[in-house]
Ligand binder design. Structure first.
Ligand SMILES: CC(=O)CC(=O)O
Length: 210
């Protein structure tokens, strides 16, 4: 895998060139936020996902992201908040696609029975909780389905214009049970009172992004 140094500055982590073909697993819940939070976070439905990017992905890391669907100027998902535990992923996400990644600490434990799997996640920033979440699912027994979509991100850092990126892939996907605790005084405190609508798990996804 070749790497790109996004700027001539020493100190910026190198990252793989786009597109990234990523393998992993994902846990997603949809929440309805009943009030406008700020300009980037109007009232509406938000997806909150925990993702584990695994071998043979060109970068392996854990991720917490919050996103909503936008229709203008394109129909796409726009990520409002995102943390990962890989400095190279932060640099690549920001440099290639204007995805506003920051660093956090992640812990995940999983227990698999004959059919069901139970997974717990915790995410902290600077030693302070952001979210805790628990899931129970059986997605590893369902057939694989294809998905495709796009992200649209307003400019950050050195970007002058919004950035759109496409994604296509497949995964075993099924509804799951979830329980979330969002730290009310943490960076996602604006989600703390939101109503959970549904939860899904993707096992064994492979997607090409960008
Ligand atoms: C390719 C990516 O940037 C995926 C992600 O980390 O959100």
């Amino acid at each position: 895998m070749t790497s790109l140094d996004p700027t001539p500055d020493a100190g910026t982590p190198t990252y793989p060139p786009a597109p990234w073909t990523m393998d992993g697993q994902l846990w997603l819940s949809l929440f309805r936020v009943g009030h406008d939070v700020d300009e980037r976070r109007p009232r509406g439905v938000y997806g909150v996902a925990l993702v584990s990017y695994e071998e043979p992905s060109p970068l392996t890391y854990s991720e917490l992201l919050v996103a909503r669907v936008v229709k203008d100027p394109v129909k796409a998902v726009s990520i409002t908040d995102i943390w990962v535990d890989s400095p190279a992923s932060v640099a690549g996400g920001r440099g290639l696609w204007a995805i506003p990644k920051e660093l956090a600490d992640f812990r995940r434990t999983s227990e698999r029975g004959t059919v069901r799997e139970r997974t717990s996640w915790s995410v902290d920033v600077d030693g302070r909780p952001v979210v805790r979440a628990r899931f129970t699912d059986a997605s590893h027994v369902v057939p694989r389905v294809r998905f495709k979509g796009a992200t649209w991100q307003p400019p950050i850092d050195d970007h002058r214009d919004p950035v759109t990126a496409t994604l296509t892939g497949s995964a075993k996907a099924a509804p799951c049970r979830s329980a979330w605790e969002v730290a009310p005084d943490g960076p996602l405190g604006w989600l703390a009172g939101a109503r959970r609508l549904a939860s899904f798990r993707q096992t064994g996804f492979r997607m090409t992004f960008g």
